[in-house]
Design a protein around this ligand. Structure first.
Ligand SMILES: N[C@@H](CCC(=O)N[C@@H](CS)C(=O)NCC(=O)O)C(=O)O
Length: 373
């Protein structure tokens, strides 16, 4: 049956799992198409970005990038909302989504591509979804190498901090395990945008890839259970009486510290490097250091969006957000040097009318993808 939304996705993709879990929970009718090299090239033509997931709508317009995409879908399918009603908690949920999306990407890359068994398995699996069989073996090796270099060895990870990146998974489990003893979802009784942000790395990578999946089963059984819970929950089968929980229990503190002292300083330092036209910069955070990490315009845009959301809060609500981070030194780096413009705001305004997409990706990008997200 034709549906309004055709979702182009892959079952191994970080961001596809995030979007699909959302559509399943909200019971938004959609049809699924597995991506191959031809569909990725088509997504690039239509949206300007060679990334999955993407949604083609029955009226010919497109949606891309899970963060604006889910905001757009929330607007058109509001009930039950995945955004907490309290504006301060809503902001906090968006911040958690962004942290989950962007900061957990690196350890997700580590666990998928550093252990050899995982690297060979996933390289082959991804390549065989993209290309005909005889080429899948060499392409699998090429792709695994590309990911290792692009996201780890040429992006500030080296023998000194490689284990710290690996351990980022354990740090998250130390936070999530006690939390899921108390409640079903990250911010209370129902899934919020924060759950979907975390789901990207946790479901398709940590919970799926051969080596990390065993770590999850052994060290993170509550988190492992939450993966199934979120994947299987249907809004029509549960009460819409939502209770949200403010992040004040003790187990939140280390996470709040990572957001305030590692992630937000990263977004700030990345934005400064971008404004200075630097292709790389030396990142220094509280618990991690990445020398020569690649400057990413998309993450300048992420920071800009968080600043925009924060500026829409009343002074009172801004103070309530600041208060959450008071014990870990505050979130000054979100505001430091004000707004640094990524120049990308227009590219992420949805829906996209493909006839207006100007910057068509190059042939190489259409075939081999666009590494930066
Ligand atoms: N910020 C984007 C990121 C999308 C993204 O990075 N998708 C990955 C798969 S999870 C991709 O398509 N990569 C293609 C490539 O690296 O060639 C979102 O939220 O949708």
């Amino acid at each position: 049956m034709a549906t309004r939304y055709t979702v182009y996705k892959s079952d191994i993709s970080y961001f596809s799992g995030k979007l699909e879990a959302y559509l399943r929970y909200k019971e938004i009718p959609h049809s699924l198409v597995n991506c191959n090299s031809r569909t990725v090239a088509m997504i690039a033509e239509k949206t300007g970005t060679a990334k999955m997931p993407a949604i083609e709508m029955a009226n010919g317009q497109w949606l891309h990038d899970t963060t604006p995409m889910m905001q757009w879908l929330e607007h058109h399918h509001p009930q039950p909302s995945i955004m907490p009603q309290d504006p301060a908690l809503r902001f906090f949920a968006l911040l958690m989504e962004d942290y989950g999306d962007e900061w957990l990407w690196r350890p997700a890359m580590w666990w998928r591509w550093v252990p050899k068994v995982s690297r060979i398995t996933l390289g082959r699996r991804i390549a065989s979804t993209m290309i005909a069989k005889p080429l899948a073996i060499p392409l699998g090796f090429y792709f695994a190498r590309r990911q290792l270099n692009e996201w780890l060895w040429k992006d500030g990870v080296d023998q000194h901090n490689s284990n710290d990146v690996r351990d980022m998974l354990y740090r998250e489990l130390e936070f999530m395990e006690p939390l899921f003893e108390q409640q079903d979802f990250l911010l209370g009784s129902h899934p919020s945008i924060a759950d979907f942000g975390y789901f990207a790395s946790m479901f398709r990578h940590f919970g799926n890839d051969p080596i990390s999946a065993e770590v999850m089963r052994r060290e993170g059984p509550n988190t492992y259970e939450w993966l199934s819970r979120l994947w299987n929950i249907k809004q029509s089968k549960i009460s819409h009486d939502i209770s949200w929980v403010w992040p004040e229990a003790d187990y939140w503190q280390p996470l709040l510290q990572r957001i305030a002292k590692d992630y937000l300083p990263y977004l700030y330092q990345n934005a400064v490097a971008f404004s200075q036209g630097k292709k790389r910069f030396d990142y220094k955070g509280n618990s991690l250091t990445f020398n020569g990490t690649v400057t990413t315009d998309y993450r300048v845009f992420c920071r800009q969006e968080l600043q925009r959301e924060f500026s829409l809060l009343t002074k009172d609500d801004q103070q309530r957000v600041e208060q959450v981070f008071a014990n870990v030194g505050g979130i000054a780096s979100l505001h430091q040097d004000g707004v640094i413009d990524s120049g990308l705001t227009k590219d992420y305004q949805l829906p996209v009318d493909p006839t207006t997409v100007k910057a068509k990706p190059t042939l190489a990008k259409r075939i081999f993808g666009q590494p930066r997200n």
